[in-house]
Design a binder for this molecule. Structure first.
Ligand code: APR
Length: 232
């Protein structure tokens, strides 16, 4: 077991090979939807039924999807390193692959919470949320996801993990959405930094980063083998 700490920042691209859509690629999730309508507090005020239907569909798709080689390679890395996965994904494919330390920055599809008392959170698995489904405080349930314009309560926990990283891996995220995109700025100087993405990063300078310009399944497996060899 190495004494190095590996921190992974993942996004929708890591679940693409499991059949789940990314957001900003062509054919991405936001192309068919108006973000304001389905992922903002205003959208919820105006048409909660539409918002619930959008997340009910995504919850079903995520429950039907299976973890892929990339999720599994990251879970296996825990046999060799301390690993923390900070994910922007609301699916649970990292956990189902076997990762034990997952920080969900943008919430989790398999949870619902009260629209009144935010601490009333329920595990609903793959079940839909309907209008009229109430939390213990009598208020309507909503998806336990972070919408545009809302706070990201887990960002401080995530930043603290990145500060402690000896090896930082960014996989399958365009890193254009803040505050998640700002996390890489917390890394200590001179640590090893890897990005796995078939596309060129848009917003940050690749200087200091090793880019595996590949799909997550192939890239994460290759990188995991390299890290295991270098640190065994
Ligand atoms: N393997 C690895 N990366 C891939 C793959 C793949 N098979 N397919 C696509 N990608 C890459 C794309 O090139 C892109 O850089 O994954 C990235 C996906 O970027 P986005 O669609 O912007 O997804 P993400 O970064 O997770 O979005 C962040 O935006 O709307 C919000 O809340 C939503 O959590 C989401 C946040």
């Amino acid at each position: 077991m190495s004494d190095k700490k590996v921190v992974v920042i993942s996004g929708a691209g890591i679940s693409a090979e499991s059949g789940l859509s990314t957001f900003r690629d062509s054919g991405g999730l936001w192309e068919g939807y108006n973000i304001e309508e389905v992922a903002s507090p205003q959208g919820w005020q105006e048409n909660p039924k539409k918002v619930l239907e959008f997340y009910n569909l995504r919850r079903k798709q995520a429950a039907d999807a299976q973890p892929n080689a990339a999720h599994k390679a990251l879970a296996d890395l825990e046999n060799h390193f301390e690993v923390v996965v900070v994910t922007q994904n609301v699916d649970d494919l990292h956990e189902r692959a076997g990762s034990n330390n997952v920080v969900h920055l943008h919430g989790e599809l398999r949870k619902a919470r009260s629209t009144k008392d935010e601490s009333l959170i329920l595990d609903i698995g793959a079940e839909p949320i309907k209008l009229g489904d109430l939390a213990a405080d009598g208020a309507q349930l909503r998806p336990h996801v972070v919408w545009f314009g809302e706070m990201v309560p887990m960002i401080e926990v995530a930043a603290k993990e990145v500060v402690e990283a000896d090896i930082l891996i960014v996989v399958g995220t365009s890193l254009v959405v803040y505050p998640a995109a700002g996390l890489i700025g917390y890394a200590k100087a001179n640590i090893s930094k890897y990005i796995i993405d078939p596309a060129e990063p848009q917003l940050f300078d690749l200087n200091e980063w090793v880019h595996y310009k590949e799909n997550a399944g192939t890239g994460v497996r290759k990188l995991a083998e390299k890290l295991k060899k270098e640190h065994s």
